[in-house]
Design a protein around this ligand. Sequence first.
Ligand code: BES
Ligand code: ZN
Length: 848
Amino acid sequence: MTDKDRLLHQIKPLEYTLLFKPNLESFTFSAEESLLCDVLTPTKKITLHAHNLEVAKASLVVNGEEHIAEISYNKKSKTVTLTFPQTLQKGQHTLDLLFSGKISNTLRGWYKSAYTVGGEKRHLATTQFEEIGAREVFVSIDDPLAKAIFNVSFVIPSHLTAISNTIDTVVAEHDGFKTVQFAPTPKMSSYALAFIVGDFEYIEKKITSGVNVRVFVTPGKKSQAQFALETVVKMLPFYEKYFDIAYPLPVLDLIAIPDFDAGAMENWGAITAREVALLVDEEQTSSANKQWVATVIAHELTHMWFGNLVTMKWWDDLWLNEGFASYMEYVGLHEFFPQWNVWEQFAVLDHNRALGLDSLENTHPIQAQITDVEKVSEIFDAVSYSKGACVIQMLVNFLGEKDFQKGLQIYLKKHQYGNAETQDLWNSLEEASGKKIKNMIHAYTSQPGHPLVQVTSNNNSLTLSQTRFYSSLLSRKNSQDTTLWQIPLSVQKPTSTTEEIFLKDVSLTVPFSDSWIKLNKGETSFARVMYDAKVYKNFQQPIEQKVLSSIDRMGLVRDAFDSAESGYLPTDNALLLAKNYTKEDSYIVWAALLGKLGTIENLLSQDALLPSFHMFVRHLLGEIKKKTTWEKRPTDSHSDILLRSTILASLTQYEDKETIAKALELFTQIAKNNKSIDTDIRGVVYAAVAENGEVKEYETLQQLYIQEELATEKNRIGNALCLFSDKLLIQKTLEFSLSEHVRTQDIGRFLVMSFGNKKGKSITWNFIKTHWDELLEKMAGIGMDWIIEGASSVVEENLAEDIKKFFATHPHPKLERTMKQVIEQIESNRDWLKRDREAIENFLSKAV
Ligand code: BES
Ligand code: ZN
């Protein structure tokens, strides 16, 4: 994007003064703005960002004389052009504007959110600006590079609270209204501003440095804010120390918003989040959800430095925000919740997730190319977040934690209150460590995809060779990619201590005389490894005896299944390897393995082989089932708790009669006392009821959903509503998702879950098709990528063709890449099943 496209060439904003009068009855606002700016070249015209704003007056005083501009809008570029009667000279000017706008229901810009207090419906108004929502609320240069100071005030009814990025004072009260003025912000980007007005309660605590931390909730939820407050109070000083830069604002607010598109948003000093991502009800929130809340807090806190203090120059480098926060969140979590074993989970939640998306031809480089700002939303994905985090992890390993930390401090200090790009980070890390990293890291951030290391054994040696990995054989066949990666690989063998190999060329031969070798020990390199069938046979002992760590046992089986998908390894070989895991008891290994078995179950979902595949998986789960209790044990670790619900959910999914019977029995208790079932298994119970239930159970669950006020419980019930097998009930749920009972923020969850239902694929697809325009409008194009991603699991030919045809005739700028990814995945699914069905059949006929 050129400076001209970005409106950076004519003026440079220095300081905005904004006064808003929001009206929570008509859902409109009026505003006064004065913008102190530097005019960079003499001009009569100034173009600024403004969308859906009605500018009543734009003027400027030069030598005591007021010049009034003509106003014209460009809807497509979301701009307004002011034409002045005389040329403005270079230098500082103050532009005065009067305008009005709408408080929408699109979850973007300034929008309303609804909640009830004592049965009475109320509204609050809140903002979501990232990426380009600010231009819907004030006239600006809405670009991360155009950092400025913001002085914000509101005129609101006296009984309401206003929250913005800094600390507030009430400057005047008059006729039931008050003017609330906020201290000037530091120099910052427009996307991290927040304007929130509503009826809130809060709890607060001051940390030793003097920063006041507050957690805001809608009335009645204060007790659920405690965990968040304690977590922030612990973590904020930790990150201040880690980055060696104090948090620069006097307050840090976190606000739980009932309607919220993403999970949370890092507005500087005013972090907003959906209720499930911030609130914890000690009696009702599951352990997994509680971990999620702490994760969200850790993530958004690190953005106070990575993102807010130092901001990417342009959205191309979004990963500097999101990849970093996705890595740094673990550093804080590990510090304060060491018992959660989060680094182990990193291997599943981020490493696996990143490898998944990055195996498609239609992935993108971490350093993206954004030429149309409307398409930025597409890169808030597993590449920017999780692959970004993995690349950082590789660097930490390469540089050592100390030098890495030192490099970050240099980077943050050098660019604070300013902007940076990827190169700047490399420079600081090199400066701190004295090591060259650019060559090593280049291919991982500037190229799409990642390497597959193939290991072939010869007599007394092994040959390692690299090539780009594609999960789809069809994509691999079409590929012309010759990228070479520099791959540091830790090596584990039965006999020796860890060795290091650095694969830089196409191939490398190393001596080898052991029975097995595991490359990429710790799964810290962003690569996959595949062995010959001969070597796989020798892994039984190191897996069963746990000579390999849980992360390595997980990585081994994940890569085997992914190699099966891509046509390198026959699927029956991967299934054979899985048989070595019957004695497994690690949460992350089961989570990954069951995930992979799930993709095969999906392939077979319309196939006659399904019952025997279910039997095979039940058999794999035989040992762990014996060890899995329904009741929590006092000795249970966090991982044990996560493992329990994972195993019970799978036993239900794979139709283990005993498990289902027990779940149904527990559900009958609900009639007596809803809250009596352990929160960590309540989701499993609901799912079992739905999977095996009919109209009666449906109506019970639907009623529970409608009555429930707690977001986390609502989600659990909502998920179950998508799992019934009766087609009419699936249809009913789809219709329900667009009813007044479901918040717009939750529609996506319903549609994605319904796509995941074996019986629901074509019904869900038809529903999406027939409601396409309505969905696009309701979600304002956002979250739709997630919904259509649900279609990636389709295997059936007619459905696949229909999806392709529909995508071709319904292009959308925000969905272009996702549509390509979905089609690539669907074609790969079909090819995979065709290729290996017979091998799977043979395997299953002998498996148990
Ligand atoms: N900056 C994002 C929020 C966001 C996402 C804004 C997409 C605009 C578009 C925020 O920092 C974030 O990443 N939130 C995550 C939570 C996190 C723990 C991964 C989210 O919302 O899921
Ligand atoms: Zn983030």
